[in-house]
Design a protein around this ligand. Structure first.
Ligand SMILES: [Zn+2]
Length: 83
Protein backbone atom coordinates (compact mmCIF):
# COMPACT_ATOMS: atom_id res chain seq x y z
CA UNK A 1 0.00 0.00 0.00
CA UNK A 2 1.21 3.46 -0.89
CA UNK A 3 1.94 5.96 1.83
CA UNK A 4 -0.79 8.51 2.25
CA UNK A 5 0.19 12.07 1.47
CA UNK A 6 -1.29 15.46 2.23
CA UNK A 7 -3.71 16.55 -0.50
CA UNK A 8 -2.56 20.12 -0.15
CA UNK A 9 1.24 19.99 -0.01
CA UNK A 10 2.09 16.35 -0.80
CA UNK A 11 3.93 15.74 2.47
CA UNK A 12 3.82 12.26 3.97
CA UNK A 13 3.93 13.59 7.54
CA UNK A 14 0.35 12.71 8.29
CA UNK A 15 -1.07 12.40 11.77
CA UNK A 16 -3.82 9.85 11.27
CA UNK A 17 -7.02 9.32 13.23
CA UNK A 18 -6.49 12.22 15.59
CA UNK A 19 -9.25 12.62 18.13
CA UNK A 20 -11.00 16.00 18.08
CA UNK A 21 -12.14 17.15 21.47
CA UNK A 22 -13.92 20.10 22.93
CA UNK A 23 -13.07 21.20 26.43
CA UNK A 24 -16.26 21.74 28.35
CA UNK A 25 -17.07 22.54 31.93
CA UNK A 26 -14.19 21.76 34.36
CA UNK A 27 -11.99 20.89 31.37
CA UNK A 28 -14.05 17.80 30.67
CA UNK A 29 -13.26 16.51 27.19
CA UNK A 30 -16.06 15.83 24.76
CA UNK A 31 -15.56 14.23 21.37
CA UNK A 32 -16.77 16.41 18.54
CA UNK A 33 -19.43 14.54 16.68
CA UNK A 34 -22.23 14.71 14.15
CA UNK A 35 -25.80 14.24 15.34
CA UNK A 36 -28.67 13.44 13.00
CA UNK A 37 -32.15 13.29 14.44
CA UNK A 38 -34.06 10.16 13.41
CA UNK A 39 -37.34 10.71 15.25
CA UNK A 40 -39.66 13.71 15.37
CA UNK A 41 -40.90 13.93 18.91
CA UNK A 42 -41.02 16.91 21.25
CA UNK A 43 -38.92 15.12 23.85
CA UNK A 44 -36.49 12.20 23.83
CA UNK A 45 -35.66 12.13 20.17
CA UNK A 46 -33.24 9.54 18.89
CA UNK A 47 -30.07 10.56 17.17
CA UNK A 48 -27.52 8.78 15.09
CA UNK A 49 -24.10 9.96 16.19
CA UNK A 50 -20.85 9.90 14.36
CA UNK A 51 -17.51 10.68 15.88
CA UNK A 52 -15.26 12.99 13.93
CA UNK A 53 -11.63 12.10 13.49
CA UNK A 54 -9.00 14.22 11.82
CA UNK A 55 -6.03 13.58 9.62
CA UNK A 56 -3.55 16.37 10.15
CA UNK A 57 -0.63 17.29 7.95
CA UNK A 58 2.49 17.77 10.03
CA UNK A 59 3.99 20.01 7.36
CA UNK A 60 1.37 22.55 6.29
CA UNK A 61 -1.34 22.01 8.92
CA UNK A 62 -4.08 20.95 6.53
CA UNK A 63 -6.83 19.03 8.32
CA UNK A 64 -9.17 16.50 6.76
CA UNK A 65 -12.17 15.38 8.75
CA UNK A 66 -13.83 12.02 8.51
CA UNK A 67 -16.44 10.03 10.31
CA UNK A 68 -16.36 6.47 11.63
CA UNK A 69 -19.83 5.36 10.54
CA UNK A 70 -20.84 6.97 7.22
CA UNK A 71 -23.41 4.28 6.34
CA UNK A 72 -25.34 4.66 9.58
CA UNK A 73 -25.32 8.44 9.18
CA UNK A 74 -26.58 8.20 5.61
CA UNK A 75 -29.46 5.97 6.73
CA UNK A 76 -30.24 8.43 9.50
CA UNK A 77 -30.16 11.30 7.01
CA UNK A 78 -32.67 9.55 4.75
CA UNK A 79 -34.90 8.83 7.74
CA UNK A 80 -34.61 12.44 8.89
CA UNK A 81 -35.63 13.77 5.46
CA UNK A 82 -38.84 11.75 5.54
CA UNK A 83 -39.90 12.92 9.03
ZN1 LIG B 1 0.32 19.40 3.94
Amino acid sequence: MEDKVCKKCGSNKLIERAQIVDYGHMNQMNDLSIHIKTTDKIFFNKYEKGKLTAEICGSCGNVELSINNPHELWEAYLKNKSL
